[in-house]
Design a protein around this ligand. Structure first.
Ligand SMILES: Cc1cc2nc3c(=O)[nH]c(=O)nc-3n(C[C@H](O)[C@H](O)[C@H](O)COP(=O)(O)OP(=O)(O)OC[C@H]3O[C@@H](n4cnc5c(N)ncnc54)[C@H](O)[C@@H]3O)c2cc1C
Length: 245
């Protein structure tokens, strides 16, 4: 999850960023030195992402001050990497409502100089970790941006790319969808292989051909027809999923 998010965010910067942004972020993110996130969802804006309220106000030096709360942010905070580069959808003052008024901002958790030297922390705080049913090895965070008015960000691709946030973000979302699908197939495949190994190992009952003989040797449950049926059902589903177009 952590590596995938860093890679996906870096792909967005590689595709749409300025030369300076690519130079500063891409190698460090593709190599895993720095992490990455995608920050779309807000408490009132899930499917309805166009109602996002996170705001961006231009500063005199060309940076933007970001203010708002994002929820469900995968890899929102962690200690594997020195820096986490958040890609944040926000609305610049005066931009149109809905998805057409959203800009994608690069918001590092630690501010950096153009040569990559780390400076002071940006004003991004993981307020809490979401409680999930699964994938608990991946922290999913509530992130507060700019609680102290000190959260600085830059539009991906510079100022001429204001309000282009959704098409830019879709590059990452489309990649994430395929990656999540692959995760599902991988987990299902692992479950099948574990079940197969267990069924080979576990001995229980005798063969149907000796069912009346109480002293017949015990056999692995793999030999029982209904266990084979269940394993074949798992195998067929995994193979069909893996081969879906
Ligand atoms: C493990 C996990 C990791 C996540 N990671 C990230 C992340 O890294 N970054 C990020 O930004 N977000 C992340 N999310 C949030 C995810 O993108 C949202 O959950 C998603 O956008 C749906 O929003 P919601 O949960 O608010 O559901 P809602 O929008 O409240 O939807 C609830 C249900 O209503 C349905 N529904 C909603 N609107 C309509 C409609 N108009 N017509 C028909 N049906 C509708 C939905 O399909 C859904 O079934 C993550 C979520 C999870 C669970």
């Amino acid at each position: 999850m952590y590596g995938g998010l860093a890679h996906g965010a870096s792909e967005v910067i590689a595709a749409f960023g300025t030369e300076e942004q690519k130079h500063l972020f891409c190698d460090r993110m593709f190599s895993g030195k720095w992490g990455g996130t995608m920050c779309l969802t807000e408490p009132h804006a899930g499917t309805d992402v166009g109602s996002a309220k996170t705001s961006a106000k231009r500063n005199a030096d060309g940076t933007y001050s970001i203010t708002g709360t994002k929820i469900f942010i995968t890899g929102g905070d962690q200690q594997f990497t020195d820096n986490i580069i958040h890609l944040v959808l926000a609305r610049v003052e005066g931009a149109p409502p809905g998805t057409k008024g959203l800009t994608l901002f690069i918001v590092p958790s630690v501010r950096t100089s153009p040569d990559g030297t780390l400076g002071e922390r940006n004003d991004v705080v993981a307020q809490s970790i979401e409680h999930k049913m699964g994938i608990n090895g991946s922290c999913t965070c509530v992130l507060n941006f700019g609680d102290n008015g000190q959260c600085i960000g830059w539009p991906v691709g510079g100022e001429e790319k204001l309000n282009q946030g959704m098409p830019q973000m879709f590059k990452m979302m489309n990649g994430a969808r395929i990656a999540v699908g692959m995760q599902g197939v991988a987990v299902a495949s692992t479950a099948y292989l574990n079940a197969l190994e267990y069924a080979r190992d576990r001995k229980q009952g005798s063969s149907i051909t000796h069912w009346k003989d109480a002293s017949a040797p015990r056999v692995s449950i793999l030999e029982h027809a209904d266990v084979r049926r269940m394993l074949l059902d798992m195998k067929a589903r995994v193979e069909a999923s893996a081969r879906s177009p």
